[in-house]
Design a protein around this ligand. Sequence first.
Ligand code: V3L
Length: 85
Amino acid sequence: STSRHVWYYEGRNGWWMYDQRTNDEIDQSFRRGDRRVEILIVGHLYIVDFENMNQYRLNDTQRRRRIKYDLISAPKKGVAGLKLD
Ligand code: V3L
């Protein structure tokens, strides 16, 4: 994708970028106008909900993380759990 914006999910004290494959899936779904999309993250199905702008594990809806669509240059912790620096 040549977009300058990417998708992020919430961490404890900052934002994580999604890995590129997942970002592309989310992007395509959002552009289609879907309300939500199912994504596979390290063996677990998650829902990315565009109406509530959050994500949560399908079989364990306790933890809901906010998501955002922001500039690729926005402050971040890293990518999909891999820390920057
Ligand atoms: N991509 C990758 N891993 C994820 C994602 C995702 N979209 N969603 C959840 N996990 P839960 P700090 C996160 C991981 O929501 O220090 C970060 O990537 C999630 O990883 O209860 O709090 C870091 O690796 C967590 O390990 O389903 O900012 C880690 O948290 C696990 O799935 C710590 O980040 C359960 O998340």
